[in-house]
Ligand binder design. Sequence first.
Ligand code: FAD
Length: 364
Amino acid sequence: MKSLRAAAPQPIAYVVDRRALDQALARHAQEKGAELRVGMGVKGLEVDGHGATVRVEGNGHHPLCAQAVVLATGFPSPLPALAGLGEVSRWGIGAQAEVPVNGLEETEVYLGQGIAPGFFAWLVPTAPGHALAGLISSRPGPYLQSFLKDLHRQGKVKSAQAPLCFRRIAFSPLPRTYGDRVVAVGEAAGQVKATTGGGIFYGLLCAEEAAMALHRALSRGDLSARSLSSYERAWQSRLGPEMRMGGWARGLYARLSDRRIDEVFSLVQSSGLADAVGTMQDLSFDWHSPVIRHALKQQALRGLKWLLPVPLRLSRSPSPPRSLSPLGRERGKKDYLGDTPRPPSEGVKPPLNSPKDEFRDELL
Ligand SMILES: Cc1cc2nc3c(=O)[nH]c(=O)nc-3n(C[C@H](O)[C@H](O)[C@H](O)COP(=O)(O)OP(=O)(O)OC[C@H]3O[C@@H](n4cnc5c(N)ncnc54)[C@H](O)[C@@H]3O)c2cc1C
């Protein structure tokens, strides 16, 4: 097993208490005049020329009426499809457990087809003596159990027995994130980092765009789909290239055998790339394309001849359209993330988001 340590001179990410974050956001919204109603499940949504009506369970089952509705239900939810926005076509399953640890101080990421095929596993310290161990896969249960046993054997976690929690993670945007009097944001809209499955940063960014688009539409008195389409243009222009590049890199990684991963590790180590990435000016936990570009431009990685045919072959696959259409969507098809990587020669379908031609020159 090879290991690699990368460090940045200053923190680039924080562990957030999600419950506290949600409570702070709710408090902030209330201070700005929002009315918070809890304990209600939204069951349906109807829209006409006069407004939107939301059917709820709870609240004595009285429907709620509004000028517009923001779908921020997370994933999965039937509501985007009910609103005519279609469905997320690609998703994986995240599994995580809170575990007691022995003095863990740094975040650890584990790669390998036997650990989390096509993805990665993590061990993240959260508080003294505590950590989150998790991974993403299409069948995460057995992988997480075996990961925990391994960590226990290595003495990193005090016990391999911990309650596991599972949740699906969207890996493609909705076909459409706006409609008449409705927008979808966050994971409900599939606004998730293709590289890591993280959705909080993208969700906040897109919520900002949704708020601005709704504000403009309400000021104009025009909440039609056409008027709200500016929301999708805005978030796609901020995140589209990043999501395509991330999807391409993840698709490439998903194809790597453990031997190839070891090869990349050795080269990254011997070329000093890990140190260089740690001190990159534009290193960011939230914007991954600069790191991917930086890595692919390294002479050392270009030495990996098997990397070369991948972008070339992919460049022959149809590029996703430039405009508002979702990235790498396969109409009408629900799909897990592939668990078993297949070698390029088997003619597999392109990864989630194929690289656009604009990447090709840079990568080669
Ligand atoms: C194991 C795991 C680890 C992860 N780690 C990270 C990480 O480190 N960093 C990161 O950025 N992301 C991470 N993610 C992803 C992240 O959790 C999600 O992308 C993020 O929570 C999405 O935020 P959201 O507000 O869009 O949806 P959610 O957080 O899912 O919130 C949706 C809310 O809507 C409510 N709701 C749903 N349906 C209805 C309904 N019909 N009526 C009323 N209310 C409804 C839900 O109860 C929920 O409160 C992880 C995911 C998993 C599974």
